[in-house]
Design a protein around this ligand. Structure first.
Ligand SMILES: [Zn+2]
Length: 222
């Protein structure tokens, strides 16, 4: 009796697992109508080797608690990447460089972040139904580093922190932290980037609408 009861339970479990597996596989970026220009993703350090990288999503030190990238690399669409090189150049005489956390992000990773983030923190992650400007290769997460020491500059909050300290208008922290945060922002704005209202480290490039949501992995970027 017990033995015969087990089979339906196992079957039920198997079908549930199959359903989850198939729905996971079926997940794909939203269809977008309109005119888009061809993607031209370039690796940032190939344009400027003085960018410093700290690709958190290739480590366990991120909101997923596990690596979601297999390669610690950062890409942007060429005009955005070239604008970022100009920002880096402007910062050098002041003693700073850009430390990059993330650039182009495949859509599947945006979907994963959305799925694991509780509702009360959804303002910090992009809705996969709309896609993210990272998916379009037109958003960068970054901060400043000290050119002399190579160390990351302390800001009002830390990268990917889900609290009010992440807001670019947050009035707490020290005066120096706010000054550094605002220095980053002013220089980014001078080259066509806009800060995200909830994250001092996230900047969108002005032409993001011209690029489709992308989902190719880093390894396939030519
Ligand atoms: Zn971002």
């Amino acid at each position: 009796m017990v033995k015969s009861m087990k089979q339906p339970v196992i079957l039920l479990l198997l079908s549930a697992i199959t359903y989850i597996f198939l729905s996971g596989c079926a997940a794909k970026p939203p269809h977008e109508e309109g005119d888009f220009i061809n993607p031209d993703l370039v690796e940032l350090i190939k344009l400027d080797p003085t960018f410093k990288l700290d690709i958190r999503y290739a480590t366990s030190n991120n909101i997923a608690g596990k690596p979601v990238y297999t390669e610690a690399r950062a890409f942007l669409q060429r005009p955005a990447a070239e604008a970022l090189v100009r920002v880096n150049e402007k910062l050098k005489p002041l003693g700073y460089g850009l430390l990059i956390f993330d650039g182009y992000r495949p859509w599947s990773v945006t979907k994963l972040f959305w799925d694991i983030t509780p509702d009360e923190n959804k303002e910090f992650v992009a809705d996969p139904k709309k896609g993210s400007k990272h998916n379009r290769g037109c958003a960068a997460d970054l901060t400043l580093y000290d050119l002399k020491t190579g160390k990351e500059i302390t800001m009002t909050g830390v990268y990917d922190e889900m609290s009010e300290r992440s807001y670019p208008y947050y009035t707490g922290g020290t005066e120096e932290q706010r000054r550094m945060r605002d220095l980053l922002r002013t220089n980014m704005e001078s080259e066509g980037f806009t800060v995200y209202e909830y994250e001092w480290w996230h900047f969108d490039y002005k032409d993001w609408k011209r690029y489709r949501i992308g989902n190719i992995p880093f390894s396939k970027i030519k």
